[in-house]
Design a protein around this ligand. Structure first.
Ligand SMILES: O=C(O)C1=C[C@@H](OP(=O)(O)O)[C@@H](O)[C@H](O)C1
Ligand SMILES: C=C(OP(=O)(O)O)C(=O)O
Length: 430
């Protein structure tokens, strides 16, 4: 499955789909379940490689984690009982595991070494290590701990009030996790709201946490209680099929049981500002998260300017939105998205290079891109560059491109959506 040949679809996309569990929430369910005392039972867990990496990390610290497909049972005696791993921990491709785990390990009384794959080894860790060091963490690594491999020796941490410079839920969450283990009260004050699954899950595990607008305060050294977590479908995964249905003529699909937390629905708002109407209905609330259904029919989008507070609420969906913009009428401008340069790849550059190779009119800017549409797309030989979201963007683009798209390193998609090609075939009635 590493190289796949993809052709323009002859079928419209139709049907109802439940996308796999949310990646951010799946990671956090393993982390909080491992830190809690008692039994945590997780359903609809994402079996993507990144989340399996988080399971392996906590198993290495002695936590009993039983995983059978999308059902996970964690039996833990609480964070005081976590053990020093006797081998370095492999974080694979997962930025979320790296930043959140650094927060946890900084406050646990043992030594750990962390390393990752080629992509993760290039991603900045100083954004989390700087505040952790301010709390007293002992962290060292390549270039003074800016990059993996990194070693941590846990300490008794002091609380801080932290105003992150980057808009990052991973940094916020890493500091809140360290704050949970620290003495006193730790506060994180954001400039723009980022995804709040950590805050929601802390509450679900019985922690005292106070959210006051952009300020989050956590009381240190409290214990968490194991609980049941139902993971909503991942809107970031759904976004690929939402855009696919908009692009392929006569399509109509419904995505059910998908997470609709407002800190994640920027992609739906952005699509609506492009003149598209979506039918969205909330169906349930679980563990502080909203779940619902989205119905999408093929429509032609209009260009728009996407900027400001919406960007952190759709940061992982910008590659697929850029594809939609290549087929929209007019000039789409994406701004304030410099964070894309620090993902699995530099997603400003890889999106621009990939869509240009397919015939799009798109240029990179320092903090985003400018796209003129509509332009017809054509086949090409393209690489995922080891980036799951680039791989899925290419696969969706191939549905409307003339000629064959040859996608190399398609296996990168397994990081967040192992069933992606099966689900695509299902919607094509193949
Ligand atoms: O907290 C999380 O689960 C995530 C936060 C975002 O990263 P940043 O915090 O680096 O923006 C996002 O891109 C990533 O896919 C998952
Ligand atoms: C950026 C992503 O994940 P992470 O930072 O966890 O590698 C992503 O899933 O698009």
């Amino acid at each position: 499955m590493n190289t796949v040949h993809l052709n323009k679809t002859t079928n419209q996309l139709v049907g109802t789909l439940a996308v796999p569990g949310d990646k951010s929430i799946s990671h956090r369910s393993i982390i909080f379940g491992s830190l809690a005392t008692g039994i945590t039972e997780i359903t609809n867990f994402l079996t993507g490689e990144d989340c399996l990496t988080t399971i392996a990390a906590f198993r290495a610290m002695g936590v009993d984690i039983e995983q059978t497909g999308e059902r996970v049972i964690i039996r833990s005696k609480g964070y005081h009982e976590l053990k020093e791993p006797n081998v370095p921990i492999d974080l694979g491709n997962s930025g979320t595991t790296a930043r959140l785990l650094l927060g946890v390990l900084s406050g646990l009384d043992f030594h750990t070494t962390l390393f990752g794959d080629q992509s993760l080894t290039k991603r900045p860790m100083d954004r989390i290590n700087d505040p952790l060091r301010e709390m007293g963490a002992l962290i060292d690594g390549r270039e003074q701990g800016k990059y993996l491999p990194i070693a941590v020796r846990g300490q008794v941490l002091q609380p801080i009030t932290f105003r992150p410079k980057v808009k990052s839920a991973q940094v916020k969450s890493g500091v809140l996790l360290a704050g949970l283990l620290a003495e006193g009260e730790t506060t994180v004050i954001e400039t723009t709201k980022t995804r709040d699954h950590t805050e929601n899950m802390l509450q679900a595990f019985g922690a005292e946490v106070n959210v006051n607008g952009l300020a989050i305060t956590i009381k240190g050294q409290q214990s968490l209680r194991g609980t049941a977590i139902q993971v909503p479908g991942d809107i970031s995964s759904a976004a690929f099929f939402i855009v696919a249905a908009l692009l392929v003529k006569d399509s109509e699909i419904t995505i059910k049981d998908v997470g609709l937390n407002v800190t994640r629905t920027g992609i739906l708002d952005a699509i609506e500002t492009m003149g598209v109407s979506l039918d969205i209905a909330e169906t349930a609330h679980v563990g502080g998260e909203v779940i619902g259904e989205i119905n999408i029919q093929h429509q032609v989008a209009k260009a728009s300017v996407i900027e400001g507070e919406i960007i952190p609420r759709m940061i992982d969906e910008i590659p697929i939105l850029a594809l939609l913009a290549t087929q929209a009428e007019g000039r789409t401008v994406i701004k304030d998205a410099e964070e894309l340069r620090f993902k699995e790849t530099d997603r400003i550059q890889t999106v621009v290079d990939t869509l240009t190779a397919m015939g799009a009119n798109i240029v990179a800017t320092a903090d985003g891109m400018v796209i003129e549409g509509p332009t017809p797309l054509h086949g090409a030989t393209l690489d995922s560059y080891g980036d799951h979201r680039i791989g899925m963007m290419i696969a969706v683009a191939s549905l409307i491109a003339e000629g064959t798209v040859i996608l190399t390193d398609a296996a990168a998609i397994n990081v967040s959506y192992p069933q992606f090609f099966d689900h695509l075939a299902l919607l094509q009635n193949r």
